[in-house]
Design a protein. Sequence first.
Length: 742
Amino acid sequence: MDEINANPYLAHMHSKNSTVSNGANAAFSKLVPSKTTAEQQESAEDSNYNGLTGNLYSDRYKAILKKRRELPVNKQRQKFLDLVHSNQFVVLVGETGSGKTTQIPQYMLLDLLPHTEGKMIACTQPRRVAAMSVAQRVSEELDVKLGQEVGYSIRFEDCTSSKTMLKYCTDGMLLREAMSDNLLSRYSAIILDEAHERTLNTDILMSLVKSIAAKRSDIKIVVMSATLDSEKFQKYFYDAPLLTVPGRTFPVEVYYTPEPERDYLEAAIKTALQIHATEPEGDILVFLTGEEEIEEACKLLRARGDELIRRAGCGPLHIVPLYSTLPPSMQQKIFDKAPEPLTKGGKPGRKIVVSTNIAETSLTIDGIVYVIDPGFSKQKVYNPRVRVESLLVSPISRAAAQQRAGRAGRTRPGKCFRLYTEKSFNNDLIEQTYPEILRSNLGSIVLQLKKLGVNDLVHLDLMDPCAPEVLMRALELLHYLGALDDDANLTPIGHMISEFPIDPQLAKMIISSADYGCTNEVLSVAAMLSVPNVFLRPREAQRAADLAKADFAHMDGDHMTLLNVYHAYKGSSKPDQWCWDNFLQYRSLKSADNIREQLRRVATRCELPLVSNDFTSPDYYPNIRRALTAGYFMQVAHLERNGQYLTVKDNQIVLLHPSSVLERKPEWVVYNEFVLTKRHYIRTVTEVRPEWLLEIAPHYYDLPSFPPCEGRRILEKIALRMMATQELKAKKAKKDKKRKSD
Ligand code: CDP
Ligand code: MG
């Protein structure tokens, strides 16, 4: 006991937590915060008692521990601790799968024992899936329950508790936290993971932790990545020391197609089945770009795979999709083992994982021997001229292609099949993907920075400065929304908008709905806009699905249709069955319901009244559409006489997305999304009245600044008419007043 009490932190912990047994304290008794050695840490891990919970370690813990010890980062533990002890910033680069994400935060945990001071360690991830999945894994590694000592926090989902001492979170969530806790004072260390991805939020966070570290000498910052221009990172963090973890990878043979592939989806499926039929044992990883494509590929693989098994006697297949909107239980399936042979001594089974680029560096799947890389991923692109941000299927970079290939060499030598030519690899792919900050709409981030008190955005210490035009557009958007005043300071509305964890326009729509007496409905619409598509349209039942959707269709447009769906969902007695019967995605609706509740809480915090108009009132729907207009007046299109829609002010030709319920082509519409493909589509569209545009957003609908076009001429006429009516009204009011006083 003496030894324990000699350590003030542990004495403190002991007094706070009476369930911790002596054995447990002994487990951590050698650990002096910020002075631990690798040996001491290992011996704490080898103890029989879990120092975090006081429980005896399970057998499973011991089995996993054995594996953890073999990870390349473990060999560098002492070096890492030495660096952290003598530096505030450390940059760590290591091959995917070397144990950075799962192990380094644990080393920090044992070194800092943050909970003894009521603090935590945060490890950020650019992707939600990675945050969830890694937190799950690490909770198993530490033999604790997920959400207790180890948890995760992603937008709309907080899986932490008062006990949490290690938190995996998306970079966006940490940024949001900084808005209310400017110094991130709850954290004793911040680990920025996957820094090479250079997401917008990571870039901003890097700048933020830099300024926080200047004010807090007690905080430690670790920047980690798979491949990265380490010198650039070191330099940015005041010449921080670099720790390189040598990889443990096997050679990967790379094959190219002799000719460009027309249909990469088809080519990917063919290649996968060919591998299954002809190559030795080993799992396959296929990179595709998004949910729809992946589900389609899985379906085809299952069907054609079955045939292959029947006709050619191949081994069984286990086909697993992986993308961000998949529920966590389904995501875990990527770690399943390949299926056993159908008969004893029969051909071996194989697992095929079909994934977005989540599997590129964020998640490591052991056992992959074959990688199929069509060379594409969905990437954010932003065109500030026309203010359009889109996710576009684009060619990946050479660096990404190399990462993908590397996934095949995790457990033994592997093969990577690139579905493009070698010439294309050398000449067409760019070296590195551009940082996201150069290709994003900055509206939301600028607002958050303003809230953080960062006013001088131009001189913000960023690794790569944002483009002036993009920054201008962001300030302009916020100004039009009324979030910033003429001096670019946050207005009360701006403060409110920043409280909502959603796009500024969507937040403005909710806030404005209070003026129109329809917050209840608009919260539902906002929630429905925040989840993945709710309408299912399976290839084999398209007609039935369309008929089911038609039942919900509202003549005013898609937003109202979403509202109908939500109301019907809430009224159903067996929601899962009901969704199935109506070709609706149950998961999305459940999530919408949850998000609505969270948005409602924010609205209450902002003191917005929770109200509805009388359903029989003629203004019931128009008022919801007015609120919509108050948020999205910058996303309006006008139907020209030639039958084409032109976006207002930017004059882009757009088509109504085929998924829209609006067949009759109303003259004025507001849209939620601009979809860039070979053609330009507007998706989720609702009819609005032109007068509303002039009434609700006169500062934006400053017609003389518009390029000459039909829409402008019509609006000008309406403006004149409105002015005349107003004058008449004013005259009449004056007369009435005079008459009364006479
Ligand atoms: O971050 P880095 O890519 O360096 O590696 P990691 O994510 O920490 O993974 C280290 C090891 O843990 C790998 O061998 C993974 O396969 C394994 N792991 C696992 O078995 N199950 C998980 N859910 C996550 C990781
Ligand atoms: Mg990692």
